[in-house]
Design a protein around this ligand. Structure first.
Ligand SMILES: Cc1ncc(COP(=O)(O)O)c(C=O)c1O
Length: 387
């Protein structure tokens, strides 16, 4: 049989993550000890309370039917969480939709709002799921640089007028993956002005909203006056509550947009396992306690890696939040070659910056997913690299 993939498939390049992991495995088999800083998968277990609740609910015979959509309990818990965390009022029934992890929401959302030919404003570099969603919708990405030149905040004033007029959707991620820049009220206010001027829907990905190491944490996009008129925020329980494997997330914001997403979603799946939804309620209702201990751990890791890399002459993107360090290494070498070299020579697995876009050349993304002692060890090994 002659199996021919669709033309669209050419837009979905295989991710480099698998190649790096395989290479690391080979080197490990040859005796190299590996420090894996590649995937942003939380290494801390979910809180005991969440696991106990999930297993209790899973033991009940009545927990196994289709749920179709999010339960009212889940939507009310998201609404309470937004009120406590960000002083944002969300109407549970109309301003929130549940998704199977934020990845699912991100790849499907552009389809609900964009037609082929529409432009989606994204960033370079950016989290890879945005491009997947843009391509599935047949839309065209326009990348705003997210680089040191603009303090790692995409410059909306630099978007050409004709692009802004054709744009239908704008996707932002602050603090982000791979760039951990923090948002400010002023920045989001500019985003809202831009969205109103050009009639662009805004989607803010707040996956790392509970990863902050000073102050009260990143402002929610929805806490900015006018945000609900123009957009939505997507957030996930994967990172903040170490529930990545349970696949539960939500999008909140403009009721009309949420209604459109609900229409699409009702054609896609039949809802999330009810015990997971209840575990998420437990997590959201105890968010302050759970995320405080996460921050204590990640803040030490962040300090260790940021200062360690700076001390050995690497340039780290300034940040006091997020789950990653975005670092420019002091060698003139392609970042993919360099990432493979690091695995081979010093046993450190990272992700080359270009995995997230061309502007990532010269950078590596290092995830804070190892104990601080391992991060210190990584810095010591990097100090001794010889090229
Ligand atoms: C910025 C960002 N958004 C969304 C996701 C997807 O997370 P999940 O689908 O587990 O909610 C990730 C995962 O790494 C991410 O980095």
């Amino acid at each position: 049989m002659n199996i021919v993939p669709s033309k669209k498939m050419s837009l979905f390049a295989p991710a480099i993550f698998g190649d790096l992991k395989n290479y690391a495995k080979q080197q490990q088999e040859k005796g190299m000890s590996m420090i894996d800083l590649s995937l942003g998968s939380p290494d801390l277990p979910p809180h005991d309370k969440i696991r106990e609740h999930l297993s209790h609910r899973a033991s009940l015979a009545e927990s196994y039917g289709y749920t179709l959509t999010g339960t009212q309990r889940f939507y009310e818990a998201v609404s309470r969480y937004y009120k406590r965390r960000s002083n944002v009022d969300l109407e549970p029934a109309s301003e929130i939709i549940q998704t199977m992890g934020s990845q699912e929401g991100l790849v499907h959302l552009p389809m609900a709002f964009c037609d082929p030919g529409d432009i989606v404003l994204s960033t370079n570099p950016a989290y890879v799921a945005y491009d997947a969603g843009i391509h599935l919708a047949g839309a065209t990405p326009y990348y705003m640089p997210q680089t040191a030149d603009n303090n790692y905040l995409p410059d909306l004033d630099a978007v050409p007028e004709e692009i802004a007029h054709k744009a239908k959707l704008l996707i932002l991620n602050l603090p982000g993956n791979p760039v951990p820049a923090m948002p400010s009220l002023d920045y989001f206010a500019k985003v809202i002005d831009f969205a109103k001027k050009y009639n662009v829907i805004v989607l803010h990905d707040a996956a790392y909203s509970e990863f902050y190491f000073t102050g009260d944490g990143p402002i929610s996009f929805l806490a900015t006056p006018g945000a609900k008129e123009v957009g939505m925020e997507i957030n996930s329980l994967s990172k903040s509550f170490s529930l990545a494997g349970t696949r539960i997330a939500y999008i909140a914001g403009n009721a009309e947009m949420i209604a459109i997403l609900k229409q699409l979603k009702s054609n896609l799946d039949f809802g999330i396992f009810e015990p997971i939804q209840d575990a998420a309620v437990m997590a959201l209702d105890n968010a302050e306690e759970i995320t405080a201990s996460l921050r204590t751990t990640f803040s030490e890791r962040h300090k260790t890696l940021m200062s360690g890399l700076s001390n050995i002459g690497w340039e780290v993107a300034p940040s006091d939040g997020g789950m990653f360090v975005w670092a420019k290494y002091p060698y003139d070498m392609d970042c993919t070659d360099f990432a493979f070299k690091l695995i081979e020579q010093v046993g450190i697995v990272t992700v080359p910056g270009t995995a997230f876009g061309t502007a990532g050349q010269g950078y590596l993304r290092l995830a804070l997913v190892q104990p601080k002692e391992a991060l210190q060890e990584a810095v010591d090994r990097l100090k001794n690299i010889s090229l």
